[in-house]
Design a protein. Sequence first.
Length: 298
Amino acid sequence: MKVLKYAVLSLALLACFDGSAKKKSKKARKTETAKVDTCSVDTFSYAMGMANTQGLKSYIVSRMNVDTAYMANFMEGFNASLTPVENKKLTAYIAGIEIRRQVEEQILPGLDQRISGNDSARVLNRTLFLEGFGNMLAGKPTDMSLHKAEEVAEKQMKYYQDTNMERLYGENRRAGEAFLKANAKKDSVKTLASGLQYKVLVKGNGEIPTATSKVKVHYEGRLIDGTVFDSSYERQKPTSFGCNQVIKGWTEALTLMPVGSKWEIYIPQELGYGAREAGKIPPFSTLVFTVELLEIEK
């Protein structure tokens, strides 16, 4: 009886276990049916790594200047495992290489171009430039103070720029000086201490503007060869502005003109735009204006 009892109990347990297993199996099948994975995480990870290199090699070559013949060296760096200190050292090292590249490829050629006005000329001594540049950055002893260096650089750069402007546009200045010298001999032309010249075409009898007055004028501006570069007459509309908002020659002339006047004024380049190029006006140009003072705006 005991054996039968144990046998029955064993069968009952087996039946229970078998039922539980069947239930779990059904549940597992349901979960498996809902699963949407198409591959393992390992395969997915590898594929994503490959996919994210799209366009990277061309970037490495074109933007980071890596020669494809040295990709093995690139991979050494890519696979390197650095300590925080090593990483800081390497970051500083790479920054030094990049700044040196910018100095040699951009800064030095740009300065040479500004100095000579020629894209291909090499004026600065590369070795001494890099020595001064490097010593200043490294905090090493230098041959002069930073203030003195800036002073020397600014003064010499101005000399070079003035020399280039004279070479390119000096003829404009000389032609203007000759024009004004001949013009000053005419009886109808008055020459002021500043060098400004004017001729009265119509004598006005109105109020005379001050430097802070706002005036309305008609005018035409010409180069000494007769080229018209600006004209309110052509636009058929007078122009308004403050007397102190224009070139020096205009300000001086306007503050001498009574309202109703029409003058021809001759402006030396130093009272005009000087070495600047202004629209159609070349550097060092003497300017001729016909100016009609219509009113002082209140």
